[in-house]
Design a protein around this ligand. Structure first.
Ligand SMILES: [Zn+2]
Length: 262
C-alpha cells in the first residue's frame, strides 16, 4: 500500500505532461491538468489494482533468449557515462553529443544509427532538442528494438524524448530519460499506429487486455514485455488516460525500485 502514493504522485508529476492531440507533436501540448476527481479515481484504482507494483522477477528465458539478460531500469540508472557509452558501443550504436547545451540531461546524445537493425527517429526531426536522449534511455531502447526487430518492425517514430520543463510539471522528459512513441513500420510496409491500432480499454490493466488484431496484439505484447523485463520504471499505454491515447510513454526514474504499467 505504501507504494501507492509514489505511484500516484508519479502519474501526476511524471511524464506526463502531454495532452496530445492526434496529429500534433507532444512537445506542443504538454500539460496534463488532472483534476481532483481524476486524482481520487486514480488513488482508488491503485488501491484495488496490482498493476502499480513491480512484477515478479522475469525468468531469464523471458528476459533474453541469449546468455545475458537485458539490464533493468535500475541497472541502467546506475550506469555512469563511460559504462553507458561502452554499452552502446558494444551494440554498434553510433551517437554524437549535441552541439547545443542541454543542462538538465546528464548524458545527452543524438542517435546516428539504427538499434538492433531498427531505425528510431523523431516524427518531426526539425525539433532537434526533442530528439536528445540521455545515454541510458538509448540503452533501454535496445530491448524495445530487439522486441520489434523479432516481429519484423524496422522503424519506430516518436513525438519527442527531451522536453522543456514546465512549472509545476516536472518530468523525466526534462532529463532526456523518457520517450513518447506512436508509430511502428514493418519491413513489409505495414504501418502500426497506436491511435488506430491500440485496442484501448480505458483504465484497465493493459496486460489483462485481449486485443483481437495482429497490430493490437503486437502493441499490447510490447508494453507488457517491457514491464515484465523491468526495462522501464514507467510504461503508460492508451489505457492510462486521455493524454496517452496516441502514444506509449516509457521512462527511467533514477532511484526508483518500482515499475508500473497503466
Ligand atoms: Zn511522455
Amino acid at each position: 500500500m505504501i507504494r501507492i502514493v509514489p505511484v500516484v504522485l508519479l502519474l501526476l508529476c511524471g511524464c506526463i505532461a502531454g495532452r496530445v492531440q492526434a496529429q500534433q507533436p507532444a512537445a506542443d501540448t504538454d500539460a496534463v491538468e488532472m483534476d481532483r476527481d481524476a486524482l481520487q479515481q486514480l488513488i482508488a484504482k491503485a488501491r484495488t489494482s496490482d498493476t502499480g507494483t513491480t512484477p515478479p522477477a522475469a525468468k531469464r528465458s523471458e528476459r533474453d533468449a541469449g546468455v545475458n539478460p537485458p539490464p533493468t531500469s535500475q541497472d541502467l540508472a546506475r550506469m555512469n557515462e563511460e559504462q553507458c557509452l561502452s554499452y552502446l558501443s558494444q551494440r554498434h550504436i553510433r551517437t554524437h553529443r549535441p552541439d547545443f547545451e542541454m543542462p538538465l540531461v546528464k548524458m545527452p546524445l543524438l542517435l546516428d544509427s539504427p538499434i538492433e537493425g531498427v531505425t528510431v527517429a523523431a516524427k518531426w526531426p526539425g525539433n532537434r532538442k526533442g530528439s536528445v536522449m540521455d545515454c541510458r534511455l538509448i540503452a533501454a531502447l535496445v530491448e524495445v528494438c530487439r522486441f520489434c526487430a523479432d516481429r519484423g518492425v524496422d522503424r519506430i517514430e516518436f513525438y519527442s524524448a527531451w522536453r522543456a520543463p514546465k512549472k509545476g510539471h516536472p518530468s523525466r522528459h526534462n532529463e532526456g530519460l523518457a520517450i513518447d512513441i506512436r508509430w511502428f513500420t514493418r519491413k513489409d510496409g505495414l504501418s502500426i499506429d497506436l491511435l488506430d491500432h491500440y485496442e484501448r480499454n480505458f483504465h484497465q490493466p493493459p496486460c489483462d487486455d485481449e486485443p483481437t488484431s495482429d497490430e493490437g496484439i503486437f502493441l499490447r505484447d510490447l508494453a507488457c514485455h517491457l514491464h515484465r523485463t523491468r526495462t522501464f520504471n514507467v510504461v503508460l499505454t492508451p489505457n492510462a488516460d486521455e493524454a496517452h491515447t496516441n502514444h506509449f510513454h516509457f521512462d527511467i526514474t533514477p532511484g526508483a525500485s518500482w515499475h508500473i504499467i497503466r
